[in-house]
Write a protein that binds this ligand. Structure first.
Ligand code: NAD
Length: 446
């Protein structure tokens, strides 16, 4: 059993005491990065700002005390837009240097399309990340394109869809002039800095493979393939071709839940975390991906993020309730930083719920990403209530649910030449955990 002392982001904190991998000699991940200032942990795409006081909440609850709270502001939002990272990011990448993540070294990239992307930017006199958009469907219109359209440093340079009606409607809505039905032609003609290919894996897998083979930076929706094989091939291609990649696990970037997690981490590492994901959908699931791959990966990925560290042990129990496919998943997961995660997911419940709990020494948080959150410390049973919209400072779903933050993270990483939190190399671990639970189910006769 591993015991950590100190805070993870402090010099000599538990991150520095993590065991070294027996083959690589590298220390294992603690799920945290060193803080930018003041002992307050800050993730690369964000900075912290004082969000105000909690007096309004507390007075409403009949309490007197007031204290300030902090919110994570995505860099590049109105309150914190970064400069273009000319020496380490796109500027370097288009000049033929690598796009390595922090501390990593990669082979130089070819000039070809990257060079043309730089030329295209210079010709148009813009200091913007130029994107090629594949897919004008539901998620693109609902959350991703609204997020991207709100960034001053992003240009949706062209759009592609096989469906002429959706293509026109979406292109008109976002004022995109260059429209295609062939994504290969679009990429060849506009030489984008990155591509969004938004759609389900059973129609997008071949598109994703082609993009990675062209050394394109790539943003996709979850799941990262229908099978672990597909996920591993995508991670392999991304690594081999030096692509900056992201799977849209937006529950890691919900402003309220990230704030609650940071409040817990101020007291020390996460001791245990819980993620529950329920729906009322009692019929057999006919979609190409299973319940596990479609929805279950969201709960597992959120659990991995809350706990940090690498999975070392999984004990699970699944059921098929009224249907022939697995529609109940429970698992207890131990991580190499000694955190324990519990996941409960059922599609045979009474309503839709996505709820989390995080516990650290003397403090705990609970909340629903799209609703309320609560923080309790030192035995106080009243706690402090938060509203996800108030913390995010927006009524827009794509903002308070975390999509804007996830998109911002990707754009900043493309500019800076580093990998985001849900890169393919990280997201494949969520797929591995999902398959491990399904393998236990199969061996157990489910
Ligand atoms: N992150 C979340 O919380 C969340 C929520 C819901 C759904 N999802 C995921 O989103 C995915 C579905 O995305 P969607 O709802 O936007 O899909 P969609 O089917 O609505 O849209 C996909 C679009 O891609 C187009 N398309 C397909 N093949 C193409 C090709 N070769 N070239 C150009 N266009 C092509 C289709 O015509 C369609 O318009 C699923 O994987 C689902 O699991 C994620």
């Amino acid at each position: 059993m591993l015991k950590w002392r100190g805070r993870p982001w402090e010099e000599g904190g538990f991150g520095s005491k993590l065991p070294k991998h027996r083959d690589t000699g590298k220390r294992r991940s603690a799920g945290m990065r060193p803080s930018a200032s003041g002992g307050r942990p800050t993730f690369p795409p964000y900075r912290w700002e004082e969000g105000g006081t909690l007096g309004a909440f507390r007075e409403r609850r009949g309490q007197r005390s007031r204290h300030s709270y902090w919110v994570q502001i995505p860099l590049g939002s109105a309150r914190g837009r970064p400069r273009f990272a000319r020496n380490g990011g796109l500027g370097a990448g288009v000049g033929g240097e690598g796009v390595a993540g922090e501390g990593e070294k990669r082979e130089p990239r070819c000039e070809g399309r990257r060079g043309r992307a730089r030329e295209a930017r210079e010709e148009e006199g813009m200091d913007k990340v130029r994107l090629g958009m594949i897919g004008a469907g539901s998620m693109a219109n609902h959350v991703h394109y609204p997020s991207l359209a709100s960034f001053a440093d992003v240009q949706m340079a062209a759009i592609c869809d096989l469906d002429a009606g959706r293509l026109k409607a979406t292109a008109d809505k976002y004022g995109i002039e260059k429209r295609y039905s062939d994504y290969r032609r679009m990429v060849e003609e506009i030489a984008p800095d990155a591509v969004y290919a938004i759609g389900p894996p059973y129609v997008m897998y071949d598109v994703w493979v082609w993009c990675l083979q062209q050394k394109l930076n790539l943003y996709i929706e979850k799941p990262m393939g229908i099978t672990l094989h597909q996920a591993r091939m995508l991670a392999h291609l991304a690594e081999e071709n030096g692509c900056i990649t992201q799977v849209s696990f937006q529950r890691r970037t919900c402003p309220m839940v990230t704030m609650l997690r940071e409040e817990c981490l101020k007291r020390g590492p996460i001791v245990h975390a819980v993620c529950e994901f329920y729906k009322c959908a009692r019929e057999a699931y006919l979609s190409a991906p299973s319940h596990m791959m479609d929805d279950g990966v969201h709960a597992l990925d959120t659990l991995r993020w809350m706990c940090g560290g690498e999975v070392v042990e999984v004990q699970s129990l699944t059921k098929q309730v009224e249907v022939p496919d697995i529609n109940f998943i429970s698992a207890i997961v131990r991580f190499d930083n000694d955190a324990v995660g519990v996941v409960l997911s059922s599609w045979t419940s009474g309503r839709r719920v996505f709820r989390v709990e995080m516990h650290a020494p003397g403090i705990c948080a609970e909340g629903e990403h799209e609703g309320k959150g609560y923080l309790y410390a030192d035995g106080d049973t009243k706690g402090t209530e938060y509203d996800t919209r108030e913390v995010a400072g927006s009524e827009e779903f794509h903002v308070f649910a975390g999509f804007e933050g996830k998109n911002r993270e990707f754009i900043d990483c493309v500019k800076a030449g580093r990998q985001p939190g849900s890169s393919f190399s990280d997201a494949v671990k969520t797929m591995e955990l999902a398959e491990r639970i399904l393998a236990q189910a199969l061996l157990g006769g489910e």
